[in-house]
Design a protein around this ligand. Structure first.
Ligand code: COA
Length: 185
């Protein structure tokens, strides 16, 4: 075995893990008139931007460098968000692969000037890929789930990962077959 092979095997093996809590982040924002849609409630796209921002911060912190959004799925809006709501977007790494991370996000809202408890108004799962200076995927530290809740989220994220890959593969195969059969170009 050459020195180079030994070095490369070592770099494949050794990236110290990071606990979930090390990168967990909350981003808070008060909704104003410029955030509304034509119905007068807050535009879904405004919430999605906050979700992407919070998840991006978590992915960057966990991976120790730049990370880009590869996908966003299961974005759910449970309740309308109103002008004057203080929105808290809580994000954490649920799962890590070689270069990708699933970040889970929970969106809470409370009236900015009342002491009523915050209510969950949405949630989403995003996949981020850590990239190097050339935009190529780079390895990420494995996440270490600590609490029972973190462990459940890790297991659920693995199920979503399996479904994402299977869905992508099935659609690719269908498209290739239609091209091969001369139905699509
Ligand atoms: C995301 C990106 C870096 C992936 O690059 P790639 O050449 O396809 O690299 P890979 O196929 O090796 O994918 C890298 C990782 O991302 C995951 N991934 C890529 N596309 C994915 C998708 N659509 N959904 C879920 N995971 C995805 C892969 O499974 C892989 O994970 P792993 O290393 O943990 O196994 C590339 O597609 C990219 O730069 N996209 C644009 C990102 C961007 O600009 N986002 C902002 C949008 S405005």
């Amino acid at each position: 075995m050459t020195d180079q092979a030994t070095r490369s095997e070592r770099s494949e093996e050794e990236i110290p893990g990071k606990p979930t809590a090390a990168s967990r982040t909350t981003l808070s924002h008060i909704m104003t008139g410029s955030d509304t849609n034509l119905l007068g409630t807050v535009h879904g796209g405004v919430i999605m931007k906050l979700v992407d921002d919070a998840a991006g911060a978590v992915a960057g912190r966990h991976s120790g460098g730049p990370a880009v959004t590869a996908s966003m799925d299961e974005m759910v809006f449970l309740e309308p968000v109103r002008v004057g709501d203080l929105v808290h977007v809580r994000a954490q790494v649920n799962w890590t692969g070689r270069s990708s991370m699933e970040v889970g996000v929970r969106v809470m809202a409370e009236r900015w000037n009342e002491s009523t408890p915050a209510q969950q108004v949405g949630s989403a799962y995003l996949v981020f890929a850590a990239v190097d200076g050339d935009g190529k995927p780079r390895r990420v530290p494995p996440v270490i789930p600590e609490t029972e809740r973190d462990k459940r989220r890790y297991q659920e994220a693995q199920i979503r990962r399996t479904h994402r890959l299977a869905r992508r593969r099935a659609i690719k195969e269908l498209r290739e077959k239609r091209v091969a059969d001369g139905i699509d170009d």
